[in-house]
Design a protein around this ligand. Structure first.
Ligand code: ATP
Length: 218
């Protein structure tokens, strides 16, 4: 078995920004992914309802991905109103792509450190690899020492040293890859909008223009 893995990036994307896009681009290049599927969440189980509605979040992700043929918008979660858990989304993707296709769930180090709070989190490893994008200046190796003990054990057991190993099995490994630290968050962008501040260069121009046109987050 030696197939290019498919990357999966879930998020609220309220709005999508350059932190998400750079994360996806770094993973694509470093792990030789076939593509990265962006999956905007429906009603997220862990957080408050998004500020922009489903159509608006979809529109913004579509605009953000339009210049990159390797980035794919996946609408499988967005219209769901029941809590959509990543484990269910990955099961559906596994059924669609078959048992041999390597899948890589992409996430930032902050998200990984909370993985033990996700619904049926240990089942995630039966369905997918996890690629943790560690931001420069925020080494995961340090943070993991203070993390949940079971998560730490899984991390130590499953950690692999090189991206090529992700091609050799469909699921079950953890890889840590590096990315520049971009101190951008959707929360900060929404706050800037509410304060009538300029948001350019934090996210693609087309998305910034869309936010302005639709008076989002004001
Ligand atoms: P919010 O501020 O509303 O919580 P967010 O900007 O953190 O949103 P999410 O949709 O919650 O965005 O994040 C989706 C994924 O993107 C998570 O895995 C998160 O770790 C990652 N991520 C978000 N912002 C960045 C960033 N600036 N750099 C790298 N990864 C990021």
């Amino acid at each position: 078995m030696n197939q290019a893995p498919i990357g999966i990036l879930g998020g609220t994307f309220d709005p999508v920004h350059n932190g998400h896009l750079r994360l996806a681009q770094e993973a694509l290049e470093q792990c030789n992914l076939a593509a990265v599927h962006f999956i905007p969440s429906g009603t997220p189980p862990h957080r408050n309802a998004p500020r922009a509605n489903a159509i608006q979040r979809l529109d913004m992700v579509r605009l953000a991905l339009q210049d990159n043929a390797a980035f794919v918008l996946d609408e499988c979660e967005i219209y769901r109103t029941d809590p959509c858990y990543t484990v269910n989304t990955l099961s559906a993707l596994r059924a669609k792509h078959g048992i041999h296709q390597p899948l890589c769930l992409l996430m930032g180090g902050d998200a990984f450190l909370l993985l033990h709070s996700w619904h049926e989190w240990k089942s995630l490893f039966e369905l997918s690899h996890i690629v943790v994008m560690q931001r420069a200046g925020h080494p995961l190796g340090n943070a993991i020492n203070g993390a949940n003990e079971t998560l730490r054990d899984e991390y130590r057991t499953r950690l692999v040293p090189a991206p090529r190993i992700l091609r050799e099995s469909p699921a079950g490994a953890i890889l840590v890859a590096n990315m520049p630290a971009l101190e951008i968050s959707a929360t900060d962008i929404r706050k800037r909008c509410a304060e009538n501040k300029n948001i350019h260069y934090l996210l693609p121009d087309a998305v910034a223009d869309y936010i302005q046109l639709h008076h989002l987050y004001t």
